[in-house]
Structures are given as structure tokens and as C-alpha cells.
Design a protein around this ligand. Structure first.
Ligand SMILES: *Cc1c(COP(=O)(O)O)cnc(C)c1O
Length: 473
């Protein structure tokens, strides 16, 4: 084993446990049956077929006692609920954006914003679009373009801010665009699709200058803004003793608005919003909101959920919380690194992204190696992960790069212990040790959009017979 890095000591929790939920490791027979039934798509598993669920960090956080108490002071008035006032004050306090439009989750916020801004013939750049962001932009006929720096695609590069936007390419895009062709520039904090990698304040400042010169508004996808701020504090020396809230404010001062899924750095199980400085846009967003989500003081949510989100958004700014949160990711990274298992370096804010091309170098892209690896991690130890590669992003090459081929182990917030993470590392190691015998999968049923949620697969070895429709289950 390689020398043990310092992070291989488990991070100490800044909380203690008050409520527990039982989990159980299903037998190998149960796992095999579950794989067949689900069409080898882990999105189709039942949660009790999973032992450690690293599918997503979205909406899977454990709420604090204060958040649960917040549910009890829900004021379920249709209009003017005091919980909305608290939510609005909280979002304004963090971002400085005066207009706050609640939505039931991030993609609902994206739907509101892009149904107004994205039209056929327009182009919307981002460091890297998240899957639902891209889908909403394309649904409205616009083009979604990824402009992350080249280091984002070099999985071994130790660049401290691999989420950064390639500013010269952005400048060129904006200079060559006709007026109105680029209605908005987005930056995703942190860059989820690219490994949960942060964006520096220096880069955001440059992006903002380029946008200002072109007269195009800058919006953030601020799902993981607090984790992004944590990295800025750690890696940009000027901010080493600045609070997370102050760093956040410095970030948000550069933008015109943002969308957020509060299921990430809002530490809640449901919720989101669009926030903006643009009063005219806010008025139109509210009209859309009433059509699709509900009245502007609840936005498709129970008011008690807005209260829990208000408290969660504030808890996510606490340095102790963030130190432990990112510490868990680094702990898992150190355990995998000690085994020589390839993943995206440096580890990002919310999970580990296995480097599939180096994990399964013998499997060609057509054999969907990411999906094959996800299936094997489940088969080995009932650990559920997600493919971020050819299945999720298809033959997308909107940035001139082949799609990344990753498997994400997303760590839910405040949910699993270090012992759970050590178990996960052990499962990954066991799959790593038998990697040369792993075969691919093929897609046998594929919906047109967001196909990774609904597609069905068959193991390649078993797919020699007729493959019309689903595999035998
Ligand atoms: C989760 C996520 C979204 C969408 O949010 P939902 O709440 O899942 O609808 C958008 N952007 C990014 C970067 C995300 O991680």
C-alpha cells in the first residue's frame, strides 16, 4: 500500500445522531434478481435493494433537529405565508438578489428561466451544463454549449479550479454572436458534471467582465455554491480567513441572478428557486410560476418545506459543516488512492468520480464501460452509484471533447458514517481486483431525452439472442 495520506483519518462529525434508519445488505441472489428486473439500470432499483446509496447527493441529506422543528412551524397559508418571508429573507441575505421565486426543485427553476430566455437560434454557454439544464435549454430549441477549461477533461490534472470557464473561448463566442443570440451566460458552482470541481473567484471575475462587455447577463447554477466557496477559501489565498457567507456574497455580486436546487447546499429533501436582480424578468417568471408551480409565496412546496430550506441554507454556510462534508469526500478518496484506483483528481466537493477509461481500459466505448462499472459495484456490495458518461450524455460533443466517462459516488450530506465509506472503498477495491473479467452492457431500450433515467440494458455476454424489447426478467 502507498503511504497513507493525512486525509485517511476519518473526519470527526460536528453532530451526533438522534434518529436512526435501518439499512440491510441484500443477498447476492437478491442483487442479481434486482439487476435483471431493473434492466441493469440502477435508477430502476427499489431503495431497499440498496445498502449504501451513492446515486446522488440531491435531496438525500439528513435534516437537523432545527430543520425538523421548522416543519412544525409551517404556516400553510396559500398566500403570504411567514415561511416564505423567512425563505425570501434567507436567499436575499445569502445572494443579495432582491427577487426570489420559489420552485419545487432545481429543474423547475430551470424550466421557469429557460422557457423565457431560451429560443430557437440562441446559444447558452456554461462551464458544463448539468443534464437537466441541458435538457431544458434544448427543449426550448436553444443550443447548450460547454466551455470549461481543458484541464476539466484531463482527469489527472491537479488544477485547483477545474470548474473554471475557458475565458478566451467565451469571449470569442460572445464576440462572434449576433445581438441577442446569447441571452444568458451560465456558470455551474461547483461543476457537477465535471467532477464537482470548483470555480475560482478570479475566473468568475473575468467571466463577469467578458459578459459585461458583451451586455449579456451572467447567471449561476448555485446548487453547490457553499462547497464552491469552501474551496475558494482553501485555495485562493486572499480569502483564507474570509467567511463562507462573505465569499458567497463576493461571488453573487458578480451575477445578475441564479437558479438553485436546494436539495444540494440547501440541506433539504425538496425545494429550489430562481433569484434575480431583474425586476421585469421576475414579473414574467412569476407568471410562469403560477402556471407551472403555484402561487409566488409557495412555488409548488408545502410552506413547512420552505421553512426547512431556510434553515438548511443557513446551516450549509457553517465552516464546521463544510469541513466535515468535504473531509468525507477526501477520506474516501484517500482510501481509494491507497489501492491505486483511478478517479478524478483532486477530489471535488460532493463525491468521487471514478475514471472509467483507466478502470476498464479494455472495454471500448460502445460497450458502455461506465454503465458496466455501475452494475458491478452494485453486484459486489449493493452500492448504488451513477454513470456520468456515454449513457448520460450520449454522443454530445458540444465542447469539441469526447464526453467524459465517469462513475460518480455521490456522498449524501450528514447521512453516512466513515465506516460506511470504508465499506464502499472495500467494494470498489474488490471490483478493481477483478476488473479484467468485467464485460460491457448494451442499451436495449432508450428513450430520446434524459435516457439514463429510463433506459434498459443487457449484459453483453447475455445479449446474443434476440434483443427486441427488454431482457428477460
Ligand atoms: C441537481 C442539479 C440540478 C437540478 O436540480 P433538481 O433539484 O434535481 O431538479 C441542476 N443543476 C445542477 C448542477 C445540479 O446538480
Amino acid at each position: 500500500m502507498a503511504p497513507t495520506p493525512r486525509e485517511s483519518r476519518p473526519p470527526v462529525e460536528p453532530y451526533k445522531v438522534k434518529v436512526v434508519e435501518s439499512i440491510r445488505l441484500p443477498s447476492i441472489e437478491e442483487r442479481e434478481a434486482a439487476l435483471r428486473r431493473s434492466g441493469y439500470n440502477l435508477f430502476q432499483l427499489r431503495s431497499d435493494e440498496v445498502y449504501i446509496d451513492l446515486l446522488t447527493d440531491s435531496g438525500t441529506s439528513a435534516m437537523s433537529d432545527r430543520q425538523w422543528a421548522g416543519l412544525m412551524v409551517g404556516d400553510e397559508s396559500y398566500a403570504g405565508s411567514r415561511n416564505f418571508t423567512h425563505f425570501e429573507e434567507t436567499v436575499r441575505g445569502i445572494t443579495g438578489f432582491p427577487h426570489v421565486i420559489p420552485a419545487h426543485q432545481g429543474r423547475a427553476a430551470e424550466n421557469l428561466l429557460f422557457s423565457l430566455l431560451a429560443r430557437p437560434g440562441t446559444t447558452i454557454p456554461n462551464n458544463m451544463h448539468f443534464d437537466t439544464t441541458k435538457a431544458h435549454i434544448e427543449r426550448n430549441g436553444a443550443k447548450a454549449v460547454n466551455l470549461a477549461i481543458d484541464e476539466a477533461y484531463d482527469l489527472a490534472s491537479l488544477h485547483p479550479f477545474k470548474g473554471n470557464v475557458d475565458v478566451p473561448r467565451l469571449r470569442r463566442l460572445l464576440t462572434e454572436a449576433t445581438p441577442g443570440e446569447v441571452p444568458v451566460v451560465m456558470v455551474t458552482l461547483t461543476n457537477n458534471t465535471g467532477g464537482g470541481q470548483p470555480v475560482s473567484l478570479a475566473n468568475l471575475t473575468e467571466v463577469r467582465e467578458v459578459c459585461r462587455a458583451a451586455g449579456v447577463p451572467l447567471y449561476f447554477d448555485m446548487c453547490r455554491w457553499a462547497e464552491n466557496a469552501f474551496f475558494i477559501r482553501e485555495r485562493e489565498p486572499a480569502f483564507a480567513s474570509t467567511s463562507i457567507r462573505e465569499i458567497g456574497r463576493t461571488m453573487f455580486d458578480l451575477a445578475e441572478g441564479a437558479t438553485m436546487s436546494a436539495k444540494k447546499d440547501g440541506l433539504v429533501n425538496i425545494g429550489g428557486f430562481v433569484a434575480t436582480r431583474d425586476g421585469a424578468l421576475a414579473a414574467r417568471l412569476k407568471e410562469q410560476l403560477i402556471l407551472f408551480e403555484g402561487f409566488p409565496t409557495y412555488g409548488g412546496l408545502a410552506r413547512r418545506d420552505l421553512e426547512a430550506a431556510s434553515i438548511g441554507l443557513q446551516e450549509a454556510c457553517e465552516l464546521d459543516y463544510l469541513t466535515h462534508r468535504v473531509g468525507q469526500v477526501r477520506y474516501l478518496a484517500a482510501l481509494l488512492e491507497a489501492e491505486g484506483i483511478p478517479f478524478v483528481h483532486p477530489p471535488g466537493g460532493h463525491g468521487i468520480y471514478l475514471d472509467v477509461r483507466r478502470f476498464l481500459p479494455n472495454l471500448p466505448a460502445v460497450d458502455l464501460p461506465g454503465q458496466a462499472l455501475v452494475v458491478e459495484l452494485y453486484r459486489e456490495g449493493a452500492v448504488r452509484t451513477v454513470e456520468v458518461g456515454a449513457v448520460m450524455f450520449g454522443d454530445d460533443a458540444s465542447d469539441g471533447h469526447a464526453p467524459l466517462e465517469l462513475v460518480r459516488l455521490a456522498i449524501p450530506r450528514r447521512v453516512y458514517s466513515s465506516a460506511h465509506l470504508a465499506y464502499v472503498a472495500d467494494v470498489v477495491r474488490r471490483v478493481w481486483e477483478r476488473r479484467s473479467s468485467i464485460t460491457g452492457v448494451r442499451m436495449v431500450e432508450a428513450p430520446e431525452r434524459l435516457r439514463h433515467f429510463l433506459a434498459r440494458f443487457a449484459p453483453l455476454a447475455a445479449a446474443s439472442g434476440p434483443v427486441a424489447g427488454a431482457p428477460a426478467s
